[in-house]
Design a protein around this ligand. Structure first.
Ligand code: F6P
Length: 322
């Protein structure tokens, strides 16, 4: 193998640049030419493919976002789109691919590999941390820190005004961000899709604790099945009309910003091992770090095995969030 491609796809996450840098520099180490594909699978279809040299990835490790840009691409969901993309890869002599992204990115890679045989490895890049085969995904730590910083600020004003805040954090179908940000932010309660009946539990606790403390912060995962932060606040208000409730939706601020050192190191390790793996003949797998060791997990398993939240943290929060 002489030439590989590198691409970011789906929602961006802080640390993607550190991963691109690692792939390019490890590529140089393993005597490969690395081609950057801009704008995700759409750029593969539109032939936005250019050689990346070591100097092109200098001074990017500290930046959020992705220098290769990203996209969610519906054309790539069709066989015809994937065929066109593969023809472009062939035209540039690209014999292997490394993709950085989440569920949708891995699904696209799996189909491309099945239909055209090109070896592909994936690096988990999503703030949601919802991919199996890795303890953490690139961007997760940074997004928690952003959320916690916001929660600390909300705590100041909640305290001053004796208010009840419902803070919605990202996580399309998962509560990893909510759980970690909730614990680090000292929240009184956390709502997430992986667990049920949080509303009853927090109401019970709220009734018990109003005498001791005069404000509360509840974290709601975007994918919570009991409703979004506004709906949960309404239900709360109906039971406690005297409570002065406010809702804050943190939204896309959680996707940006300079990556934490954890994310930079994780991204560097994953990118380097992806290149090493592809030179050793690995394909159709996601690279991850499990218990500090590098692991390769088949795309199918990484996509479909639902990664549960850390139950020990969840149980601990029931003790601490009073
Ligand atoms: O998958 C990452 C994520 O940030 C989710 O938490 C969120 O639901 C989604 O992306 C938002 O996507 P978009 O930026 O396309 O609105």
């Amino acid at each position: 193998m002489k030439r590989i491609g590198i691409m970011t796809s789906g929602g961006d996450s802080p640390g993607m640049n550190a991963c691109i840098r690692a792939v390019v520099r490890a590529g140089v180490h393993y005597k490969l030419e690395v081609f950057g594909i801009r704008n995700g699978y759409q750029g593969m279809i539109d032939d936005e493919i250019h050689l990346l040299e070591s100097k092109d990835v200098a001074n990017i490790i500290q930046y959020g976002g992705t220098i290769l840009k990203t996209a969610r691409c519906s054309d790539f969901m069709e066989k015809a789109g994937r065929k066109k993309a593969f023809e472009n890869l062939k035209k540039h002599g690209i014999e292997g691919l490394i993709v950085i992204g989440g569920n949708g990115t891995y699904t696209g890679a799996m189909h491309l590999n099945r239909e055209h045989g090109i070896p592909i490895l994936g690096c988990p890049g999503t703030i949601d941390n919802d991919l199996s085969g890795t303890d953490y995904t690139i961007g997760f730590h940074t997004s928690i820190n952003t959320a916690v910083d916001a929660i600390d600020k909300i705590r100041d004003t909640a305290d001053s005004h004796h208010r009840v805040f419902f803070v919605e954090v990202m996580g399309r179908h998962s509560g990893h961000i909510a759980l970690h940000a909730g614990i680090a932010g000292g929240a009184e309660g956390i709502f997430l899709p992986e667990r049920d009946n949080e509303f009853e539990t927090i109401i019970e606790k709220y009734v018990k604790r109003t005498r001791q403390k005069e404000f509360s912060i509840y974290i709601v995962a975007e994918g919570e099945t009991e409703g979004n932060a506004y709906e949960i606040a309404e239900r709360f208000k109906a039971l406690h009309p005297d409570a002065d409730c406010r809702v804050t939706v943190l939204g896309h601020v959680q996707r940006g910003g300079s990556p934490t050192s954890e994310d930079r190191i994780l991204a560097s390790r994953l990118g380097t091992h992806a290149v090493k793996g592809i030179t050793e003949g690995f394909s159709n797998h996601a690279v991850g770090i499990v218990n500090q060791e590098v692991e390769f997990t088949p795309f199918e398993k990484a996509i479909f095995d639902k990664k549960d939240i850390n139950n020990k943290l969840w149980e601990m929060n029931a003790i601490l969030g009073k």
